[in-house]
Design a protein around this ligand. Structure first.
Ligand code: ADP
Length: 443
């Protein structure tokens, strides 16, 4: 008999031990799920720059790890005109459940959170002396989901409260001290992530404003310049026809036209760059154009201004006619020619080739510009078409912006072509562009 009792006692003890193990196992599992959720949120917070998505992720995770029935994150934002207003994210309840409810105000219960003073955690908020004291609702407004357990954590950035995380449960005694510590930690991380997202948003707004401004300025500068150029051309023509050959005046008029064209090209480049930066496409103004003639004209103009360089044009082709944006392609070719001059500071040959390539990929016009100047260091080659990138050997010796090649690439690609470079530092560079020509049937 005693043996049976002993066995029963032993069995009960073993059962209790198994139950204790199970409980530990459950607690460990719960802990690891919580840590996992917080870890995932941490990763998300460092990458998320959209404020609304960010606060939603925080509210969801915090509601999950506290065991709340529902959670809300009320946060302050400032719009472009400096006005401040409150937005919110919800978790655990549909948005409609809160849609008709008033925004929480600085009542005795909410006040400490909105003022960033302290965390409020209550096993049953209905028994808190501060509860039910503020008009007009004196407690929860009608239609609010029931709340017994209550946890509210202020979110503070740079010493200033920027919002508050609120959690509720209809059962008393749900929120533990551990839950409070977890949410306090999350609130700190959230404040940093919200600051990042806000700064990013402000930077984006500033970029948009800059682009709008640059587009307006380019337009306002371009219009009078076009008039100046047209007037100078007209006077020049009239003087030539009238037989008045005052060399000083004629060369002055030519100089005005040259400089006005250079300025127009700079403004056009600025305008294209701004457009590309703003994510807009360049709308090409295509017309029938012979590349052989265009290249010859542009090289002739460079011959006059770059006296220490010798230009040769090699062209074994007849006309290379396609549908091209002449103004923009002139800018690309001029950019390659002036770079060849600029980056051969000791002078030297600049060789321009114009040719045709016919293969399975279609019919291509090839234009290349080769110099024997500084060349491009191997480490810079991969980024040479990137915006604002200037090679180390160039930036110390010459001035420039590092945007010419970027817009050139966009223009050539806009035509369905490609641009590439072959360069060896100290030996020279060859830039080659390929532009599609009509196939024989389309020609
Ligand atoms: P920028 O000449 O105003 O700097 P670009 O976009 O035209 O801008 O050129 C980008 C960079 O590419 C230059 O800063 C220079 O480092 C390099 N580069 C361009 N053309 C040449 C060339 N012909 N020889 C050597 N380096 C060149």
């Amino acid at each position: 008999m005693r043996a049976i009792v002993m066995l029963q006692q032993r069995a009960a003890a073993l059962e209790a031990e198994v139950e204790a193990h199970r409980q530990t196992e459950r607690a460990l599992l719960e802990q690891s799920t919580t840590l996992d959720a917080i870890h995932r949120l941490g990763q998300r917070l460092t990458a998320e720059l959209d404020l609304q998505r960010l606060v939603q992720a925080v509210t969801d995770t915090a509601t999950q790890v506290t065991g709340a029935e529902f959670g809300a994150f009320f946060y302050n934002v400032t719009n472009e005109s400096g006005e401040s207003y409150t937005l919110y994210a919800l978790s655990g309840v549909p948005r409609e459940a809160f849609a008709h409810l008033p925004m929480p105000r600085n009542t005795q219960v909410f006040g400490p959170t909105f003022r960033g003073e302290e965390i409020v955690r209550s096993d049953d908020i209905r028994t808190d002396p501060r509860y039910g004291k503020s008009p007009p609702h004196f407690g929860l407004p009608a239609g609010h989901p029931p709340v017994a357990s209550y946890l509210a954590v202020p979110v503070i950035s740079g010493g200033k409260p920027i919002g508050g995380l609120f959690f509720g449960h209809s059962r008393p005694g749900v929120f533990t001290e551990r839950a409070e510590r977890l949410v306090a930690g999350l609130a700190g991380q959230t404040a940093i992530a919200m600051d990042n997202a806000t700064l990013y948003q402000h930077a984006q707004d500033a970029i948009r404003m800059r682009d709008d401004f640059l587009m307006a300025v380019s337009h306002d500068l371009r219009t009078p310049l076009t008039v100046v150029l047209a007037q100078a051309q007209a006077v020049h023509r009239r003087m030539l026809h009238s037989g008045q050959h005052d060399e000083r005046i004629l060369s002055g008029l030519e100089s005005i036209q040259r400089r006005a064209r250079t300025m127009a090209a700079v403004i056009d480049e600025l305008s294209d760059t701004t457009r590309l930066e703003a994510g807009q496409e360049l709308s090409l103004d295509r017309d029938e154009l012979d590349l052989v003639v265009l290249v010859a004209e542009l090289v002739a103009a460079h011959r006059i201004s770059a006296e220490r360089h010798t230009f040769t044009v090699r062209c074994d082709e007849g006309p290379l006619v396609g549908q091209f944006d002449g103004v923009r392609l002139s800018r690309v070719i001029n950019n390659l020619l002036s770079n060849a001059v600029k980056y051969s500071p000791d002078g030297g040959p600049v060789e321009v080739r114009v040719g045709r390539e016919t293969g399975t990929g279609g019919n291509w016009a090839i234009v290349s510009v080769a110099d024997q100047g500084l060349g491009i260091p191997a480490g810079d080659l991969a980024r040479i078409f990137d915006r604002f990138h200037r090679a180390g050997n160039a930036s110390v010796r010459t001035t420039g912006t590092g945007i010419g090649l970027t817009t050139s690439k966009a223009i050539v690609e806009g035509h369905g072509g490609a641009i590439s470079v072959h360069s060896v530092e100290g030996v020279g560079s060859t830039f080659t562009m390929r532009l599609p020509l009509p196939t024989e049937r389309n020609a």
